[in-house]
Design a protein around this ligand. Structure first.
Ligand code: FE
Ligand code: FE
Ligand code: FE
Length: 186
């Protein structure tokens, strides 16, 4: 087995582990999401991820490799961080913002991984492999763009409006307390 194939197999094993961890992470994220479109977005990408895992297996097979026991440390960290953040918040508009932040970090890591792998495969003349990885790369990019679109269209404003109105209510309550104090003094 040549060095190029060996390196591609290493990279694919990392991606295999990353996808498996991302899959479990997203299942948790979906349960924590309130916004219906966000839930659907996670659901859709969970299904895509299942197909992506199969694609990695297919790619490894093409190269004469197997998934192995490699653990993607970066994805482990990303998911661990996401889990901490999820346990810090209750379900609701703020949680949805937090979920998008965590999910986009995951997608960006995947975009980096598949972008690099697809380019390396094509550089080495492995056109078919490059295209297979390119399909996953496109799905990761689309998920990232979808999350941005959701943040812009509703999720961010839902939370910002709620946070502002809570702040105003708080202000109002303080105002009343101060007012009451003045009345007593006069
Ligand atoms: Fe993926
Ligand atoms: Fe990794
Ligand atoms: Fe993804």
């Amino acid at each position: 087995m040549d060095e190029i194939t060996k390196l591609m197999i290493e990279q694919l094993r990392d991606a295999y582990s990353a996808e498996k961890q991302a899959l479990r992470g997203m299942q948790k994220m979906m349960k924590a999401a309130t916004n219906e479109k966000l839930r659907q977005g996670f659901q859709m990408h969970i299904e895509q991820t299942e197909a992506q895992i199969e694609r990695v297996e297919q790619a490894l097979e093409q190269l004469g490799g197997k998934p192995g026991r490699k653990v993607c440390e970066a994805m482990r960290g990303l998911i661990e961080e996401a889990n901490h953040e999820m346990s810090d918040h209750d379900k609701g508009t703020m949680m949805d913002v937090v979920l998008i932040a965590a999910a986009q970090r995951v997608e960006h890591y995947e975009i980096a991984a598949y972008g690099t792998m697809a380019t390396l495969a094509k550089s080495a003349g492995m056109q078919e492999l490059g295209e297979l990885l390119g399909q996953t790369l496109d799905e990761e990019k689309r998920m990232d763009a979808e999350l941005t679109k959701l943040a812009e269209s509703e999720v961010n404003m839902a939370w910002i409006e709620e946070a502002r109105s809570e702040a105003e209510e708080m202000e109002g309550a303080n105002e009343n307390r101060r007012g009451g104090g003045r009345r007593k003094a006069s």
